[in-house]
Design a protein around this ligand. Structure first.
Ligand SMILES: [Zn+2]
Length: 396
């Protein structure tokens, strides 16, 4: 490979004919090493490129043992190589990466906030700034400064210099890798920034289109600042518009009123739920009273949508009101069934034995003490059999 791969000398090159020089396998993943490449290998915070090599998907590109490895879906033989870059993905990376150069330079020079790290994420990017926090006003000022320099359409260029020349230049360096030899690659934003970088960059700050600072997060005494540049801003705005459109239809309100309308609706829902609970409790109380007044020993009922706690309370209040009765209540909510069996004080009945029989019929797990038995079942398919079993036992 020449000193500078094709992605370094021309980051706008999307296709290339080259040679597969060697092939190999790393942890079961086949890879190819080429005479030259348009695929940027992961590094400096910028993810690896994607695309195809002789029509096969390039899944990852990594630097290892002094070579650039193109990891493939299946092995290829040594020979001719036709490379096709996933350009949309690469251009997005160039926008985010060049955006980071600009943001870092301006945060440092205009505000005195040094960048300590950069992450280019799937959806959003961030830089870590050595500053305890940013106010909304500081964020707005930084964003305005960035937008001014995008509008200024400053040329961005890359060049390689010797170690001697590097020593004479005023470079905002992230530091060279340990044991670095030979030429050093510099990236310049005219009039703003000179930095060492091996990544792929836009030709001009104008190609950034725009940048939006999204928010901050505290981080070990520093601040993580989230941002997006270029096409990501339009993509995110489009997603916001689609979501807002759905919310406008659902809530019948314009954008500006959505939060307050939703707040009111949630408050109304809370009130309605509270009233429903009260009404259901009242209804259950009346039902228990009616069951207590009926002839016969067994009082049974199914409470749809209620839980174990509810039927336990109902069973206790029934046998308290009618000590000569046995309560058998079931409930089902969120796909889980419950049952409770309770006998009044004046009855001599082996509730535990009867409870176990019912648990078996309902395929349930259960237990209890004294005159109380409760259980949890996958369903209530065995309820009619359980009732027959109870009627037999009680002689009802
Ligand atoms: Zn760079």
């Amino acid at each position: 490979m020449s000193a500078l791969p094709a992605y370094g000398s021309d980051p706008y090159l999307r296709r290339l004919d080259a040679e597969i020089l060697s092939t190999g396998e790393d942890q079961g993943r086949p890879f190819a090493v080429l005479s030259d490449t348009v695929f940027y290998p992961e590094g400096g915070g910028q993810p690896a490129d994607r695309g195809t090599l002789n029509g096969l998907a390039v899944l990852d590109v990594q630097k290892a043992k002094g070579e650039v490895r193109h990891f493939l879906a299946s092995p290829l033989a040594v020979g001719k190589a036709r490379l096709e870059l996933d350009w949309a993905r690469r251009f997005d990376h160039m926008q985010q990466h060049t955006g980071q150069h600009l943001l870092t330079a301006l945060a440092q020079d205009r505000f005195g906030w040094a960048t300590t790290a950069f992450h280019l994420g799937e959806d959003v990017c961030d830089i870590e700034l050595a500053v305890p926090g940013l106010s909304p006003r500081q964020m707005a000022e930084l964003e305005e400064t960035v937008i001014d320099e995008i509008r200024a359409a400053r040329p961005v260029s890359a060049r390689s210099v010797s170690a001697e020349e590097y020593g004479t230049l005023k470079v905002r360096s992230r530091g060279l890798p340990e044991g670095h030899r030979g030429e050093i690659r510099l990236v310049q934003i005219e009039g703003l920034d000179l930095n060492t970088c091996g990544g792929t960059h836009l030709r001009s700050t104008a190609e950034l289109e725009t940048m939006k600072l999204l928010g901050t997060e505290s981080l070990r005494g520093g601040t993580r600042l989230f941002f997006i540049a270029g096409g990501r801003v339009r993509k995110r705005l489009a997603a916001h518009e689609t979501r807002n459109g759905k919310l406008r239809t659902l809530l019948g309100a314009p954008d500006t009123d959505l939060p307050s309308v939703l707040e009111t609706k949630l408050e109304q829902l809370k009130t309605a739920e509270r009233r429903l609970r009260l009404a259901e409790d009242e209804l259950a109380g009346l039902l228990v009273e009616a069951l207590a007044a009926r002839p016969g020993v067994l009082a049974e009922h199914h409470f749809e949508g209620k839980d174990a706690g509810f039927i336990q309370k109902a069973a206790r209040s029934l046998v308290a009101a009618a000590p000569g009765k046995v309560a058998f209540f079931t409930a089902e909510s969120a796909g889980v069934a419950f049952f409770v069996l309770a006998a009044g004080e004046s009855l001599t009945l082996d509730v535990a034995a009867l409870g176990r029989s019912i648990a078996t019929l309902l395929d349930a797990k259960g237990g209890g003490s004294g005159k109380f038995f409760q259980g949890k079942a996958p369903g209530l398919g065995g309820r009619p059999q359980a009732l027959i079993c109870l009627e037999d036992a009680l002689g009802d």
